[in-house]
Design a binder for this molecule. Sequence first.
Ligand code: DP6
Length: 361
Amino acid sequence: MNVTTSFTKNKIVHLLPEGKISCSAPSNIALVKYWGKYPVQQPANPSISFTLDQSKTITTLYFKEKEIPNDNFEFELLFEGIAKPEFLPKLESFFSKIEPFFEFLKQYHFKIETRNTFPHSSGIASSASSMSALAYCLTTLEAQICEIGDQDYILKKTSFIARLGSGSACRSINGPMMVWGTHEGIKESTNLYAVPFPFTIHDHFKNYQDTILLVDKGKKEVSSTVGHQLMHEHPYAESRFKQAYQNITRITEILTSGNKDAFIHLVESEALTLHAMMMTSMPYFILMKANTLLIIQKIWEYRKNTGSSVCFTLDAGANVHVLYPENEQKVIKKFIESELVAYCENGNYICDKIGFGIELL
Ligand code: DP6
C-alpha cells in the first residue's frame, strides 16, 4: 500500500446527520523505547511494546452536523463527565494535524466523552490510550460515511492518526506486541504507523504479566514532549538511536527463541538507558524517585535468590512495571505484596497483562 497517498481524504458517500461511536483503547509499555523524534511525529528509532489489557481509555464520540457551516473545528470534551477546557488546545492542535486526512472534520460538531479504567492521578500516561481511542472513533466514523470496509486499512489509518496525537499511541491499536519505526528485519515496519510483531512469539513470552507499581502519582515534572526535544542537542543521541535499532534485531531473536535471560537484560538496560538519556540531557532531569531505585534493587535481589524470570521496565516517570511470565504469577504476586507494595504511594498498584488493542463498544 502506498500509505502517503492512501491516507489522504476519502470521499464522503453519505454524511450521517448525527450519531455516536464508542470504543476502548489500551495503554502500552515499550520494551525498546521511543525517545527522540522528528517532524511530523516520526520516531528517531524503531520501538517495540507489549499492548496492555486492563489500563484503557473508553471514549464516546457524539457527532452532529453543523446547522450553519463554518471553517472551524467544533468540539467539547468531557473527562469523567466533567468539562476540561485545559485539554482543548491539545485537541485543537490534534484536529489541525489530522485535518488533511479526513473530509468531515469541519462538517460536524463533536462531543467527546472519555474516561480511563485506571485512576486519573496514577502517574500513568493516558495519552497513548486516549489518542488511540479518539483516532479509532474518527476512523470508524469515516468508514461509515465513506463506506470503507477494508479492516486492515482502517487499523493502519487508526494507528497513523493516533501517532499524530502521541507517538506511542500508534502502538495501542492491536497486539500482543507492536513495532513502530522502520527496521530492515521487520518488512512491513514504517515510521508512519505501528504493525504487529510479525514473527511467532515463544510460549514463554505469551500472556506476560505487568504489575504497575504506582510509586508517584503526581504530575510529571518534565513532559515526554520536552524530553523528546532534548534529544536533538543530546551528546549521546546518535549512539542511542543506533543502539535502539540494534536492540530491535536482538529482541526479535530473543522473542522467537525464548531466551529468558537475554530478555531480562535487554529490557532492563533499555529502561535504564531511557532514564540515562534524561539525566544526561541539557537541562538534565530525573524522573525516578528513591522508591523506584529501592524497588529495582529488591527485584534484582529476588531474582538472584530465586532464579525467577521477573524483571522491570520504566516509562517516562517514577512508576515501575514489573514484568513476569504467567506461570510465575502466584509467587510474584506474593513477592510484590510482601516486599514491594510498601514503596508504592498509598500502597497502590495495577495488575495488568498483555492485551490485544482497540475495540468498538
Ligand atoms: C518513554 O508517545 O508520550 O513512553 O509522541 O510526544 O506524545 P509524544 O511522546 P510519547 O513518548 C513516550 C515515550 C516513552 C517510551 C515509549 O513509549 O516508547
